[in-house]
Ligand binder design. Structure first.
Ligand SMILES: Cc1cc2nc3c(=O)[nH]c(=O)nc-3n(C[C@H](O)[C@H](O)[C@H](O)COP(=O)(O)OP(=O)(O)OC[C@H]3O[C@@H](n4cnc5c(N)ncnc54)[C@H](O)[C@@H]3O)c2cc1C
Length: 394
């Protein structure tokens, strides 16, 4: 691992935060580090939104403003421009979840097309993203993945899903904007993988434009990566992968237990960490075919990737290697990497407050003290507060 641990530089990490924003972030992480509070908050906000209670302003002033760029794309522009001044790019992420109407799927596709068109002209936004369940029903992906026959109506719905994928991937290729496709729960992912592999073969003919996501908490993903690599090499196209650890571990384990099949999740955190690092290494060893977007807040994995890049003589700004973090989290990684000249992009979620609630709840849950990273965020925020106070007194 790197001798030089530069993620600890809080001056760089929080250079965009005013003192009051720093204090707000500190308070927020303090609050969500307390797991019972997050549990109560989740129940209350779900209830309040369903009951149409006017809680938007409370959510906005707390978690929403910290983890989201705004309600619409325009709201996000000041954030995007400010981050880009520090070398950090943005991936605008339409984070509305849990909708199942065809009109919503069409609207989400239109939004993605708009963002790709906009990205072509905006240097600060070189990458776009969409979520598979933004383009089609979860039950449809599940049924397709299980190989069960569709009814005529389902077949039509599926054809529309395929058309949506084709439209956005085709435009991404035309506009030369990388397009990330998020990963979801394993029971939907088989159908997503098949479809995205098809898109990569069709559109990644000159370089990786379409990226699938590998959730490395799944113990079968290294074998999948190797098989996809073999297929791409044999058929002459490029692969792009966002690697992440995976966000749905509890759900995965619960479903596996309930339905009586072996869990797809690695046996321990250490095993997931090793699997994640192995996938990064494998991709960096095959950059001639595969491009990497490392979506992680894990410092050790980030340092390991930096070391591998150095060992292999990969330029810091090689466009085939990107680091990604979520807006509102791990600025110490994003801004310090960008400060050193690496390619970094932050997901900037946006959408109406009540519709991004599932996303916000996931962020709050993964930031409880039990899940781990909050202690680190709090320590860094507190360090920066002290640094500023001392600088003022000197
Ligand atoms: C830019 C970006 C894009 C993302 N896109 C997606 C996406 O498309 N799909 C998705 O699912 N997630 C996505 N995520 C979330 C991601 O999967 C993780 O939940 C989150 O980043 C935390 O993992 P970490 O690598 O930052 O590191 P850490 O905080 O070190 O790791 C925490 C993760 O380790 C795993 N883990 C924890 N305990 C155990 C255990 N006992 N056994 C096995 N594994 C364990 C879990 O995956 C957990 O989330 C994305 C994250 C980022 C930063």
């Amino acid at each position: 691992m790197s001798k030089e641990q530069f993620f600890d530089n809080t001056e760089v990490a929080f250079s965009l935060k005013s003192n009051s924003e720093l204090n707000r972030a500190y308070l927020l992480f303090k609050m969500i580090s307390y797991e019972p509070l997050v549990k109560v908050g989740k129940t209350l906000s779900n209830f309040a939104i369903k009951a149409n209670l006017p809680v938007d302003s409370v959510i906005r002033a707390t978690v929403f403003d910290h983890f989201c760029g705004g309600i619409n794309e325009k709201d996000c522009l000041p954030v995007i421009d400010a981050m880009f001044e520090k070398g950090v790019s943005s991936v605008l992420d339409f984070s509305v979840e849990g909708k199942e109407e065809e009109s919503f799927f069409d609207a989400a596709m239109e939004k993605t097309l708009e963002i790709i068109n906009f990205s072509e002209k905006k240097e600060a936004m070189p990458i776009a993203v969409f979520k598979p369940t933004g383009f089609g029903k979860p039950s449809l992906y599940t049924k397709k993945g299980e190989g069960k026959p569709f009814t005529a109506d389902e077949q039509e719905q599926w054809n529309r899903v395929v058309t949506r994928y084709n439209k956005v991937c085709k435009l991404a290729k035309e506009k030369d904007v990388e397009l990330l496709i998020d990963a979801e729960e394993s029971w939907m992912q088989q159908a997503v993988d098949d479809l995205v592999s098809e898109m990569m073969q069709k559109y990644n003919t000159e370089k990786a434009v379409v990226y699938n996501t590998l959730q490395m908490y799944r113990h079968d993903r290294m074998a999948f990566l190797e098989a996809e690599h073999k297929h791409a090499k044999a058929n002459g196209y490029y692969l792009g992968y966002k690697i992440v650890r995976g966000a749905y571990m509890e759900k995965e384990n619960e479903r596996a237990l309930k339905k009586g099949y072996p869990t797809p999740i690695c046996e321990s955190k250490v095993a997931t960490d090793e699997n994640f690092n192995a996938s990064a290494k494998y991709i960096l060893e095959h950059l001639d075919v595969i491009s990497l977007f490392a979506g992680t807040h894990n410092e050790m994995s980030s340092y390991i990737i930096l070391d591998l890049m150095k060992d292999k003589g990969i330029a810091k700004n090689d466009n085939r290697v990107w680091f990604g973090q979520l807006y509102g989290m791990s600025d110490h990684i994003s801004f310090n990497l960008a400060n050193r000249g690496y390619n970094v992009a932050k997901y900037v979620p946006f959408g109406p407050v009540k519709d991004v609630l599932p996303y916000l709840i996931r962020r709050a849950e993964e930031n409880t003290s039990v899940a781990g990273q909050t202690g680190r965020e709090l320590m860094l925020l507190s360090k920066e507060k002290t640094r500023r106070k001392n600088a003022k007194n000197n």
